[in-house]
Design a protein around this ligand. Structure first.
Ligand SMILES: [Fe+2]
Ligand SMILES: [Fe+2]
Length: 233
């Protein structure tokens, strides 16, 4: 299970680095380009950190446990193109990095100490990515046509962010809670993530998609309402 969690995280770290690589093309200023390449570098370091942990764990296993030896997966650096990526919005890390922050916070309290320690380091940098995404979103939504365009694309990135948590109430979730790898079920983590973005959504004049529009099984505790705007637009 630890290897599965790390494999998923490593895949997301390298995929995010690739998305940042594409974002450099569209960043409007040289300062933005420098910041985004720094984020890309950080994501690749996160990948490297998790990949090393995977290699260490696989190395300590005995050959009698052959089905568990999966060091080859560590080197899964194949490109992960996003087929729907017509123009990567800077605001995508408002959702993706924030969702990752919630998920990785769970691991920092988890029972596998090397993963907990690695994620404490990773989270410090993720905080910067998340804040950058939020600042970009607030700035971009001040322009009405851009806000409408972000709302149009919102569902795609929202679905991608919710997938980070995985399905709620699965046997795998319960196992992670039983052995202390996570402290909460995926549904509770997803609900806490939505609570944290709700005020930003209100400030930006954005709304969540309806449950019926989403190709996802959402846990019941997830609330998709957004209060009336709290700030003057
Ligand atoms: Fe990362
Ligand atoms: Fe990130």
């Amino acid at each position: 299970m630890v290897l599965t969690l790390m494999d998923k995280q490593a895949g997301r770290e390298v995929a995010t680095a690739e998305v940042f690589g594409q974002c450099v093309l569209y960043a409007p200023t040289v300062e933005d380009k420098i910041r985004i390449t720094r984020f890309q570098h950080e994501e690749l370091k996160h990948f490297q950190l998790i990949a090393r942990l995977m290699a260490e764990l696989a190395w300590t296993w005995t050959p009698t446990c052959a089905t568990s030896r999966r060091p080859a997966r560590v080197h899964r650096t194949r490109p992960t193109p996003d087929p729907g990526l017509d123009r990567p919005p800077r605001s995508s890390n408002f959702m993706i990095d924030r969702a990752a922050t919630f998920q990785l916070s769970e691991y920092t309290r988890g029972s596998y100490v090397p993963l907990a320690e690695a994620n404490r380091v990773i989270l410090k940098e993720e905080e910067g990515h998340k804040n950058f995404g939020e600042a970009c979103l607030e700035e971009m939504t001040r322009d009405e046509p851009t806000r409408a365009e972000i709302q149009r694309r919102f569902k795609k990135w929202f679905v991608a962010s919710m997938r980070i948590f995985g399905r709620a109430k699965t046997p795998g979730n319960q196992y992670c809670i039983d052995v202390g790898l996570k402290t909460r079920d995926s549904g509770d983590i997803a609900a806490a993530y939505l609570d944290s973005i709700r005020p930003v959504m209100a400030r930006c004049g954005l709304r969540f998609p309806d449950r019926s529009e989403l190709p996802l099984e959402l846990p019941p505790q997830v609330d998709l309402s957004v209060p009336a705007a709290v700030a003057a637009r």
